[in-house]
Design a protein. Structure first.
Lengths: 331, 281, 329
């Protein structure tokens, strides 16, 4: 067989693709690491660059000069900024995020104890969000019904504008007080008993996720339905379930997955409020307590951890999006 | 194509429906915020009525734990809430657009990558968490909320503006203005910023919804206005403590908050559809 | 039937429309008639909007997906009327006797499945012998793809446009079809690659006796590879004939198409373009739908129905009332 010009081109394309893949993967890692570094820097600078004097705000107006100096020393704010950053930065890598002012516990300890509850709420919200969003988007996209589409659009834009903390209270009033299905306090940690305490926060929290996810998925599904390869699949006689998955859902999923990873930050914000309302011992409630008592090391540590979590999930989301659909980064 | 024409017509109507509903709802809320506190016979912040009495013919929304009229307080709070959110969007919109545009057109690679990294770093934090943490350092209050919102959100606008400015900067009309010898400042303000800000302003509208809710949520967490100032989030916070005994001090400010959020959502949706319709023409 | 030899496909007075719940049905194809013989390569040519894609969708059962349906007429494939086939019938037919190569090579293959997976999907419905892996390799060999083992594991976006279209052809051939429909299969490909695909199609026809319908807006392309040509304008077939017959066109639209061909234009002379635009769907005039652009239009052209194809089926047919006026040209 003769060497066709397309084949030569093909060989080049293949190498280019491999290179592009490697470059994109390395690029993502480098980017994530660099963003992580800046997350640490910003968390570090927050207390030092804040307008006003955080130490005086913490101690109140009547604080003596001696008390202020002592607190500065405790926070390590009396050394040069570079040596402060050096200690902070090396501390992070040895798992040392500083000490809480009041409890005397290490911040690492505080985060370690309370993170599981928070991650569980976020995980449940995301799971629930996916379970609800996919069928909704599929149904609306497949029905091609004008009224369904219109209602869907109205429903999503309205539900995005509803405040989660208010919905949580309404839910608590209804399910907690009236039906006695959801407790407002008294969390116990063991799985699966804790689901009793977590289901309502997770339901409310996914209220901000479902509209966003279903909307993006719906619009990608509509795009996919117009694609020619769907026609090819129909003509080829691909069977139902396989058709729905390989020809509709999977080619449409990548933007939703990427978006979902970006929504982790929003979920974290919502979780902080849910933990406060439902008295759940998560890291979010710790943050609010620390803010109220001006426990700066705890605030700084928690904020940084949340920042890193978001960076991590964006990295995973980008990667997953690419694995699901090769068009994402190469086209 | 008669089919395409009618389709377009329907889209205009749909967009308009959202716009009219949104503006109508917002107008009603603002009107109520102007009128009701003035004509109400109760002082929003002065206790004196029977505490926790349910809604009736005199106190339409009932009274709260301290014996204040919830109705008067809900509408007294309209301008506090909307105003705080408006300023909390306007400042980062302006600052972010300008910084982002300057980054987009600047040729200084070092500044670009440094500020770019800071922008990425700030955007990596969950929005609400970062604002809460900043308030921990600058102290509570509505001004602090605005300041914290500005410190966090400018980065989001800057990212959008930078991407857009890079594109706009290469457009023919900017190139033409440059060849014609217009001053850099004139090109920046006459040609580049208006085209960049159309994008950031569009984002600001959907951001407005988030910020309205965030302001109330922060107050709800006890980081907003100090008592006795009527503010929806703070009212819900106070009401939540007696939620099982009296639902009205919580539900009515909450509904007002929902009303505000939904009206902006409708405006945003309507405007978006209209813009899309104009773009496809 | 005037022609005694049995035809593979007979399209007769096909009418396709898009029904609307509140308004009148929008007719997009009306009076389309042509035949395809066994092993014959037929080109359908026409401007965009002439209904050629819709006609071909009626043969693969995807009209309903686009909200359209056959209103009248027949699409006889062997002895089966495809025009009014139910979804159940289509389920049995699909992926068997009729193969389809989609319009855009870039968007044709499923982006999330490997080439191997798509081939095996196409092969599942066929009843040929051998394992799926063997057959897949044989198919890729057939469409002249090299490094077959690598390609099988690759995703469409890793292949060039020409390669993707070869893969699509391989998929369409999986079930050993009697008819292959290629809807503008070279859109968006380089000219050299275009030529290769065309050669490949012709080779397939010669080797396996597969009848091929090639849809294109490029008359030159069709002239090169096809046996017969069907010219469509504004939803109707206006001229049908063999390639050699088409050198003396009997419809003014074909004349115009010929004159606007770049490949045979005299260097230095101005390119002739066809006067005006084809009438939009839903705004067809009474009488001949080409009358508004015609250079030889007569008074009787603008009244009554659009003229049918005159002449015997299988012979050189034209839908022009005054084809004799073209003789002198």
């Amino acid at each position: 067989m003769t060497q066709l010009p397309t084949d030569i081109k093909e060989a080049e394309t293949k190498d280019r693709n491999k290179l592009a893949l490697r470059r994109m993967f390395l690029g993502r890692i480098v980017r994530s690491l660099s963003v992580s570094f800046w997350v640490m820097v910003i968390a570090f600078l927050m207390i030092r660059l804040s307008p006003g004097d955080p130490v005086r705000i913490a101690l109140g107006a009547e604080a003596t000069e001696a008390a202020v100096t002592e607190m500065r020393h405790k926070l390590g704010l009396d050394t040069s900024i570079f040596s402060q950053f050096y200690h902070y930065f090396t501390g992070i890598f040895s798992g040392d995020l500083g000490m809480s002012f009041f409890s005397g516990l290490s911040v690492t300890n505080v985060v370690g104890t309370h993170l599981p509850v928070t991650l569980m709420i976020i995980g449940m919200s995301i799971l629930l969000g996916i379970i609800l969003a996919i069928p909704i988007a599929l149904f609306v996209a497949l029905s091609k019904n004008q009224i369904a589409t219109y209602l869907f659009r109205a429903f999503t834009s309205v539900s995005l504008a509803l405040p989660g903390f208010f919905l949580a209270l309404v839910g608590l009033l209804f399910f907690g007080t009236t039906l006695n299905w959801a407790p407002a306090a008294g969390y116990t940690g063991a799985f699966p008993g804790n689901l009793h305490f977590l289901w309502l926060p997770a339901v409310v929290n996914c209220g901000s996720l479902v509209p966003v996810l279903s909307r993006v998925l719906h619009s990608s599904l509509m795009d996919t339905l117009d694609e020619e390869f769907v026609e090819t699949g129909v003509i080829r006689g691909v069977r139902k379930i396989r058709f729905y998955w390989s020809y509709m859902l999977r080619p449409s999923l990548a933007p939703t997955v990427v978006l979902l990873s970006y929504m982790v930050g929003v979920m974290i914000g919502g979780t902080v409020i849910m933990e406060t309302i439902f008295s759940l011992p998560g890291i979010g409630r710790e943050l609010i307590t620390a803010v109220d008592s001006r426990d700066y090391p705890v605030v700084q540590g928690i904020v940084m951890i949340f920042g890193l979590i978001v960076v991590f999930f964006s990295f995973i989301g980008d990667l997953l999006g690419y694995l699901l659909d090769r068009r994402v980064t190469l086209s | 194509m008669s089919n395409a024409k009618t389709k377009k017509k329907r889209q205009v109507r749909e967009g308009s429906f959202g716009l009219y509903t949104g503006f109508g709802m917002m107008g009603l809320l603002i009107l109520a915020g102007l009128i009701f506190p003035l004509i109400s016979k109760y002082d929003p912040n002065q206790p004196g009525l029977v505490p926790m009495s349910p809604p009736d013919g005199k106190t339409f929304f009932g009274t709260d734990l301290l014996g204040r009229d919830v109705f008067t307080r809900v509408f007294d709070a309209v301008f506090i809430d909307l105003g705080t959110a408006l300023v909390g969007v306007a400042i980062p919109l302006t600052v972010g657009t300008i910084i982002g545009t300057l980054l987009g057109i600047s040729k200084n690679k070092r500044v670009n990558s440094l500020v770019g990294s800071i922008i990425d770093g700030i955007n990596a934090f969950p929005f609400l968490i970062f604002v809460i943490a900043l308030i921990a350092f600058i102290g509570p209050g509505l001004k602090s909320i605005i300041l914290a919102l500005s410190l966090v959100n400018w980065a989001r606008y800057a990212r959008i503006a930078r991407t857009r400015a890079v594109v706009v900067n290469q457009q023919g009309y900017v190139e033409a203005a440059r060849i014609l010898g217009f001053s850099k400042v004139r090109i920046l303000f006459k040609h580049i910023i208006p085209n960049v800000s159309s994008e950031t302003r569009a984002y600001a509208l959907s951001d407005f919804i988030i910020v309205i809710i965030a302001v109330a949520a922060l107050s709800f967490l006890g980081m907003g206005s100090p008592p006795p100032q009527a503010e929806w989030g703070a009212m819900i916070r106070d009401g939540a403590q007696i939620l099982t005994l009296a639902w009205w001090p919580t539900i009515f400010p909450g509904l007002a908050l929902c009303w505000a959020g939904v009206s902006v959502a409708f405006i945003a949706e309507g405007l978006q559809r209209r813009l899309r319709e104009v773009n496809t023409k | 039937m005037t022609n005694t030899t049995k035809k593979l496909l007979q399209v007769t007075d096909l009418q396709i429309g898009i029904p609307h719940p509140r308004r009148e049905t929008l007719v997009i194809v009306n009076k389309a008639s042509f035949d395809v013989g066994y092993g014959e390569m037929v080109g359908i040519v026409g401007e965009s909007g002439s209904g050629k894609t819709m006609v071909c969708r009626s043969m693969i059962g995807t009209l309903e997906r686009r909200g359209a349906k056959v209103l009248a007429g027949q699409v006889l494939f062997e002895d089966q009327d495809l025009a009014h086939a139910s979804e159940t019938t289509w389920k049995k037919l699909r992926g068997k006797a009729i193969g389809y190569v989609p319009q855009s090579a870039l968007a044709g293959p499923n982006p999330v499945l490997t080439i191997g997976a798509q081939l095996s999907e196409a092969l599942k419905k066929s009843d040929t012998k051998g394992t799926i892996a063997e057959q897949s390799k044989a198919l890729l060999e057939l469409v002249k793809i090299r490094r077959i083992d690598t390609v099988m594991k690759q995703y469409p976006n890793q292949l060039s446009g020409g390669m993707r279209q070869r893969v699509m052809i391989a998929c369409a051939l999986a079930s050993n079809p009697k008819l292959l429909i290629a809807d503008e299969p070279t859109t968006g490909l380089d000219v050299t690659v275009q030529a290769q695909i065309m050669v490949l199609l012709k080779e397939i026809r010669n080797e396996f006796g597969t009848a091929i319908i090639l849809i294109s807006h490029d008359l030159a392309l069709i002239d090169d590879v096809c046996d017969r040509v069907v010219v469509m304008h504004a939803g109707a077939t206006v001229e049908v004939g063999s390639v050699s017959e088409m050198t003396t066109p009997r419809h003014p639209y074909t004349v115009a198409l010929n004159q606007s061909r770049i490949d045979i234009a005299v260097p230095g002379s101005e390119l002739v373009t066809i006067l005006g635009n084809a009438p939009s769907v839903g705004q067809w005039p009474t009488g001949c739908r080409f009358a508004g652009r015609c250079t030889i239009v007569q008074s009787d052209c603008t009244s009554g129905d659009h003229p049918p194809l005159f002449g015997d089926r299988g012979a050189h047919q034209s839908a022009c009332l005054h084809a004799d006026l073209l003789k002198g040209r």
